[in-house]
Design a protein around this ligand. Structure first.
Ligand code: SF4
Ligand code: SF4
Length: 225
């Protein structure tokens, strides 16, 4: 019997309920701030949010973003303003999903979905271009054949990093400055909504506080901010 006692622990486990997930058929919901693969968002009117400014590429610590901007066609602009992202590539063999690119983007163009279940058999396939990154006509991420999506993977694609203090101005603290997007419109914000509701004094900027660059320069002409 002594030689069989070592199986006691194993036999005990056999009769316990299973705790394993039935992955990949069933996927656990991911946290709203989970960093998955990126998308390039569009405005509610369908225009692309990316203006080709290259800030995301400049801030990327892994140097995995390649962006080229181009002038908008005057009679068929791709994005509001002068420029749009003509070339946009992300190399997912390098990306560490730090989301600094998301933080740096001035137009909320690049955000991350919750998808991390994707793999490649060729190095070239790891480089996503606009064809894969720009959301479809319904504002949803384009699902690639080699990606394993669950419906909730796209639910918080651009929800997690709502700006609650745009431009760092204290007068805007607690106010969410977030533009609508194709397919989702203006999403309910996170902390900003709560702060504005719980603290009504944050709902509108104080009338005597400087709220814009001109106001700041008038209030502080030496630019000591
Ligand atoms: S998540 Fe980080 S590593 Fe990946 S593209 Fe953005 S800045 Fe670069
Ligand atoms: S994704 Fe944002 S930061 Fe990057 S080039 Fe486009 S607008 Fe600029």
């Amino acid at each position: 019997m002594g030689s069989l006692s070592g199986f006691r622990v194993t036999l005990e486990q056999v009769f316990k309920p299973r705790v394993t997930e039935h992955f990949p058929e069933q996927k656990r919901p991911k946290p709203p701030r989970f960093h998955g693969r990126h998308v390039l968002n569009r405005y509610e009117d369908g225009m692309e949010k990316c203006i080709g400014c290259e800030l995301c590429a400049g801030v990327c610590p892994a140097q995995c973003i390649y962006v080229r901007g181009a002038d908008n066609p005057p009679y068929a602009p791709i994005a509001p303003g002068e420029h749009y992202g003509y070339v946009y590539e992300i190399n997912y063999l390098r990306c560490i999903h730090c989301d600094l690119c998301v933080e740096a983007c001035p137009t909320e163009a690049i955000t991350e979905s919750k998808l991390f279940e994707f793999s490649f058999v060729r190095r070239e396939d790891a480089i996503y271009t606009k064809a894969e990154l720009v959301v479809d006509d319904h504002g949803r991420p384009r699902r690639q054949p080699w990606e394993l999506w669950a419906d909730e993977d796209e639910q918080h694609t651009s929800a997690w990093m709502r700006a609650t203090s745009p431009s760092g101005l204290a007068a805007f603290e607690g106010r969410v400055g977030w533009s609508g997007e194709l397919g989702y419109g203006v999403r309910a914000p996170e902390a900003g909504q709560t702060a504005a509701e719980d603290q009504p004094e944050f709902a509108e900027p104080p009338p005597d506080e400087p709220v814009g660059r001109n106001d700041l320069e008038a209030a502080d002409p030496r630019g000591t901010h």
